[in-house]
Design a protein around this ligand. Sequence first.
Ligand code: NDP
Length: 259
Amino acid sequence: MAGTGMFDLSGRVAFVTGGNGGIGLGMAKAFAENGAQVAIIGRNKSKLNTAKAELVKIAGEDNVIAVQCDVTDKDSVESSIEQVVDKYGRLDILVNNAGVNRRADEPHLLKPEDWQYVIDVNLTSIHTVTSAAFPHMKNGGRGKIINIGSMMSIFGTAYAVAYAASKGGVVQYTKSCAVAWAKYNVQVNAVLPGWIVTEMTDQFKTAFPDRYAMIVGRTPADRWGQPSDLGGTAVFLASSASDFVTGVSIPVDGGYSVW
Ligand code: NDP
């Protein structure tokens, strides 16, 4: 399939971390629907296989790659990017989406190993993957990097201090790369999803019913989002429609952050 006009992604190759489920898969599908060749990476093999099958239905067997890779493993990240560039000859779009959360009742109660894990996956890995992907974008004369932040890029939270710190860092990392690489025609932006129904949040409704209801009540759209709600913004930021947009963080949140 191909997109239309300035949103057409034909001839572009996308690499989506955590593309084997949730928001990452929602974005990968939107890329495939608009003509891109898509590579997804994640740790869980069976989720990778299922996600690949869904993407193949949209884009065809030759236009999808699924690679098992932990984003905290630099060698594995570099070899998965090489695999994609070997097969398709280029890399145009990177989505740094892989993310995890660990909670504690208050900041000082978060275990040091949980702090480290969240920072490693949500923030340090973005630098690892971006550093491996950027040279291919520079060589190809264009690039789009989309980093996934959160409402916690904007707001604080008592229960997830490492998560909020990592997602705040994602915004500043995004701005810094945007400043550095605009001259190479590489745009770097962030997406800040609101409350989206995925594996990460599916316990929320039963585990924290009051908070779940508060979130719906505070969201002008009056609902949680679905991974497909992120597709349009992802395609915009991946396509030539956004060639003069760089360093911004776009909330996709049904209005949660505006009041
Ligand atoms: P999921 O748990 O469904 O997705 C997380 C993805 O990250 C999975 O595909 C997982 O793959 C991958 N992942 C985690 N750790 C690693 C790792 N070390 N190496 C490779 N892949 C990894 O949750 P979401 O789709 O909700 O989350 C996607 C992103 O969106 C995250 O960055 C999250 O913080 C962010 N976000 C989510 C919101 C929501 O409401 N759902 C709101 C705001 C932001 P695998 O299981 O194979 O490891």
